[in-house]
Design a protein around this ligand. Sequence first.
Ligand code: NAD
Ligand code: DAU
Length: 354
Amino acid sequence: MTGGAGFIGSNYLHWMVSRHPEIRFVNLDLLTYAGNLANIESISAEANYEFVQGDITDSALVEMLFQTHGFDTVVHFAAESHVDRSIEDPLSFVRTNVIGTTILLETARTFWKASDSMSLCRFHHVSTDEVYGSLGTTGQFLESTPYAPRSPYAASKASSDHFVRAFAETYGLPILITNCSNNFGPYQFPEKLIPLTIVNAVSEQAIPVYGRGDNIRDWLFVLDHCEALELVLQRGTPGQTYLIGGGNEWSNLDLVNKILDRVDESLSRPEGTGRALVSFVDDRPGHDFRYSVNTDRIQAELDWRPSHSLDEALELTVTWYLENQDWIECVKDESYMRYYDRMYGDRISNKDDG
Ligand code: NAD
Ligand code: DAU
């Protein structure tokens, strides 16, 4: 798998590694600002798990890993994932999301075509509902909705999806694509709306709400997402796309207020303390108005639906952030970036020795 030190990838490892002792997991992650080894500290010593720091755009490394491990499955999470950063620096999104994905595809194709069991292999590409563009007040995205990405991030993910599908059509690569809505839960980097709201509320800092806060997102608890990803990998039809959503559409302002009330309650602060922190700021350029995904296919084919209500999942998430202040502090002071040196100092010196 790629990107397992990030938010969804680390939750996926927590979900999968102990459940599947028969699978050997190799986690290839560059550890960009979004990768945090503390997210996966508790599984780092598991016998069926190994971490490799490296870049998915490094084709020699990816090839060496295929050669060494003989992978029959790739689950691909690694990406630049933040829309606002893509507006500042679109090229790094092209590099990782488009070129990196294509390098993984090309390496998998080369290795798998040489084996007799290509049909048993799987390339599972984790993607986003943002590839379909922006909805008005009604309607839902379907798997068949034409792509219409509107941000550099969404365009790079759309492009990566096209490459994945092209490798299936052209070379017969057994692929799976999942396009999910906004995830939230433990270990999410506090640049995204929900963790940013909780973290700023705790330290009583302003909560920036873009525009009037009336944009709508569908919120999916990350562990419900991981359960869906496991089912898709185990029983999904090769070549197929599956939409995954939480069925929880909220305007940003309503959601932020709901979280702030919960934080006030948990910290026994006077009602309204959190809401007073809301600060309306300039809107995101090209801000998609609404996302909503139709999950009929995954429900019918794989009998998946989210297990957590929004309230339960928010409660778990707020509690996790309140109980993990040290994780937040390490992210804030950036000391989490030095975690690799502490955990894998030997490997770094081995690397230096060539
Ligand atoms: P994240 O930003 O939290 O983590 C990304 C991970 O990828 C990090 O660990 C980072 O170090 C790693 N990475 C980045 N560039 C790399 C490279 N060149 N080589 C190797 N590793 C690299 O992302 P996330 O929110 O966990 O998202 C995971 C995937 O799910 C992404 O593909 C994203 O597009 C998709 N997705 C996310 C959401 C969401 O709400 N977070 C929703 C839909 C789809
Ligand atoms: O829909 C899936 C996508 O969801 C994923 O593909 C992306 O990787 C993920 O980042 C997320 O994209 P969004 O842009 O929807 O997420 P973000 O948390 O950045 O913003 C959620 C909404 O909140 C969006 O309408 C913008 C708004 N927002 C965001 C931030 C960071 C604010 O109002 N203020 C903020 O400070």
